[in-house]
Ligand binder design. Structure first.
Ligand SMILES: [Zn+2]
Ligand SMILES: [Zn+2]
Length: 134
């Protein structure tokens, strides 16, 4: 593994959120690892994802986000600020996928995304609604 790739992995390990490639670039700069382009970071992340070292957390309509894969878990996705929070649920994780083979699709893993408002955004929305009342 190259030094640059190792640095990318270290950044991911140090965060418990789900950073975008841009955020990884910012963290690298903050750590004094300079000269790593966004393209290099992106390629490293995609390589790690292919090898199953990191997971690409899908968030439709937003930049791909990454995390170090530890175990199967699920995500709460805020529709307003895009914040992604992990949650565990044994019943969800044990879900049997339907037979997807007929379409030629090979399932490797899954995670459930629950969309809604994070606590901060929900509070803000409540606040705004209250202020709109006459
Ligand atoms: Zn939010
Ligand atoms: Zn996660």
């Amino acid at each position: 593994m190259t030094l640059q790739r190792r640095a990318v992995l270290e950044v991911l390990l140090a965060r418990d959120d789900h950073p975008t490639a841009d955020q990884v670039v910012e963290d690298l700069a903050a750590r004094g690892v300079s000269g790593v382009s966004r393209a290099t970071v992106f390629r490293a992340l995609e390589l790690f994802a292919e090898r199953g070292i990191v997971a690409r957390v899908c968030h439709p309509g937003a930049a791909a986000r990454y995390e170090v894969r530890t175990h199967r878990h699920h995500h709460l996705v805020c529709d307003v600020c895009g914040k992604i929070t992990d949650f565990d649920d044994d019943a969800l994780s044990a879900l049997q996928l339907p037979d997807l083979g007929s379409g030629g699709f090979r399932a490797r893993d899954f995670s459930v995304h629950v969309r809604g408002l994070c606590a901060d955004c929900a509070r803000e929305q409540d606040h705004e609604l209250r202020n709109e009342e006459p």
